[in-house]
Design a protein around this ligand. Structure first.
Ligand SMILES: Cc1ncc(COP(=O)(O)O)c(C=O)c1O
Length: 508
């Protein structure tokens, strides 16, 4: 039974937890009660009675103290969390957040009117190899370079149980020949989940891969040959540039907005001026490294333009399950009417990096992709697929995704606040609406390679902007991963990076 009386809270009041049940108004609806309860605690936060870092009463305590229902207690906590006043810490409850510190200016849009660079055979390999080997020679104590989450953010125990069940239920699994396109049960589960991204495919249209990188390799080889040109976002994921280089294809970098994604106008111009563009590769949701999310209108337009010009659209969908929203944005593939869109998906960021699972649904190139997969590596291991299918078909998977998204959101915010506090003012940053990474523009055109080297000396790893493009336009950017819990040690590492940037700035 929920109670009446208007909530009257003044700073002079005692602790908010002393608010009696009778201090809550009798609202006409439950939504009013939770708002009033939330306002009550918000006043306490404003008054400093609940200081930053203070633990909020638990759901049970709220129910008991204020005689409210479970859903009202939960809703009020979530309301405060959404407003940025509270943070949820896994298994510990809700805590009052530190007030937001100075925020950084967002990045400018690129110059869309500049002429396109010429399509290039990618020469990125050396840069990336240098970056990887330096990191391997001296592994950083705090590595913020990879787009991966800390292992403890994944459901390790549940996956172990699912793996044991897979082996118990299928005693000959490890000694049997694997189905070429993937385990049927797994393909069924992913086809079902694709519906949530607006993609209607049958299990037969799915080919299981070793993560997204194999899917991208297959897609590119299905639609293009060595010497052909592939239009890519600029900046783009360095792994794609490496892949293009390894396949002897040319990359044509298309200006890409840090807010809205690839420029369709620039792409159309490219189609008119370059004869042999065979594909466009895009990451519509949480682009790496920019973090931007394309609007539905933009995706639809992109699908139409590629279709009109008979250029394949390869959609890299490694991150859409990591957007802050409960329902992931629709994939561009959702607007595909002719089979011109090749959808490449990964479970490495969301389910488990150690299982290396992904898949491809390749529209009109399906038969060719099947052949290439078979020629390239026969089939992917079946036991990981059965394990994933067991787990993903259960409600535990959605609970895991919710937890992962919330944790990443919190880690991203903590990291960006630390950057705002410790980096020079002229640093620029767009806070993405999901994902694992932050793309940062260093002040005064500072060289990211110099920062990379200086940081590595101090035991801190980062990704220099230089590896995300064949041009030198992003040399003064860095990408930092937010996949690790934001500890005091991490805070100190960001502080140290801020000092390195300040020192480099002084010395230029
Ligand atoms: C945009 C993008 N595509 C593809 C990949 C590779 O994904 P996977 O690890 O599933 O092969 C990554 C990995 O970081 C990525 O950021």
């Amino acid at each position: 039974m929920e109670h009446s009386t208007p909530p009257i809270y003044t700073p002079a009041d005692s602790s908010p937890t002393s608010l009696s049940s009778s201090a809550l108004a009798l609202p006409s609806s439950e939504s009013l009660i939770y708002r009033r309860l939330a306002e009550h605690y918000l006043s306490a936060i404003h008054a400093g009675t609940l200081a930053p870092g203070a633990r909020m009463p638990s759901v049970r305590e709220l129910m008991r103290l204020h005689q409210v229902s479970l859903s009202t207690a939960l809703q009020s906590l979530r309301h405060l969390e959404t407003g940025g006043w509270l943070e949820a810490r896994p298994r510990s409850g809700y805590f009052v957040r530190q007030p937001r510190r100075a925020s950084l200016r967002p990045m400018d849009e690129p110059n869309f009117s500049r002429p396109l660079d010429s399509a290039q055979f990618v020469g990125i390999h050396e840069q990336v190899s240098e970056f990887i080997s330096r990191r391997q020679q001296k592994p950083p104590a705090i590595d913020l370079s990879g787009m991966t989450c800390a292992p403890e953010l994944y459901a390790a125990d549940a996956l172990k149980t699912a793996a044991m069940r897979a082996l118990r239920d299928n005693p000959l699994l490890l000694t049997s020949v694997m189905p070429t396109n993937g385990n049927p049960q797994f393909r069924q589960v992913v086809a079902r989940r694709a519906l949530d991204n607006g993609v209607r495919i049958s299990a037969d249209e799915v080919v299981v891969t070793h993560g997204c990188i194999e899917a991208l390799n297959l897609a590119l080889r299905a639609v293009a040959n060595a010497g052909d040109t592939i239009a890519v976002e600029s900046p783009t994921y360095f792994g794609l540039l490496q892949t293009l280089e390894s396949l002897g294809m040319r990359a044509l970098e298309i200006p890409t907005s840090p807010q809205a994604g690839i420029s369709i106008e620039a792409l159309q111009l490219a189609f008119q001026t370059h004869a042999n563009i065979k594909a466009v590769v895009v990451v519509p949701t949480l682009q790496n490294p920019l973090g931007c999310i394309m609007s539905d209108v933009h995706k639809q337009r992109l699908v139409e333009v590629c279709e009109q010009h008979h250029v394949a659209l390869i959609e890299d969908d490694a991150y859409s399950e990591l957007t802050d929203t409960e329902v992931p944005p629709a994939a561009a593939k959702a607007w595909d009417r002719s089979g011109n869109v090749i959808h490449c998906v990964s479970l490495n960021k969301v389910l488990a990096p150690g299982m290396r699972l992904g898949w491809i649904s390749s529209g009109k190139w399906h038969e060719r992709v099947k052949m290439l997969k078979f020629a390239h590596m026969r089939a992917s291991e079946e036991w990981t697929q059965i394990t994933a299918a067991n787990y993903m078909a259960s409600p535990a998977y959605d609970r895991h995704l919710r937890r992962l998204r919330a944790t990443l959101k919190q880690q991203r915010e903590q990291m960006s606040e630390a950057i705002a506090a410790y980096f020079p003012q002229q640093t620029r940053l767009n806070l993405p609406r999901g994902g694992i990474g932050l793309w940062i523009e260093l002040p005064d055109g500072l060289c990211s390679k110099a920062l990379f080297k200086a940081a590595l000396e101090e035991g801190i790893g980062l990704s220099p902007g230089i590896i995300f493009s064949n041009s030198h336009r992003f040399d003064h950017y860095v990408r930092l991963s937010c996949g690790k819990p934001f500890t005091r040690e991490l805070d100190q590492a960001i502080r140290r990076l801020g000092m390195l940037v300040t020192n480099l700035k002084k010395s230029t």
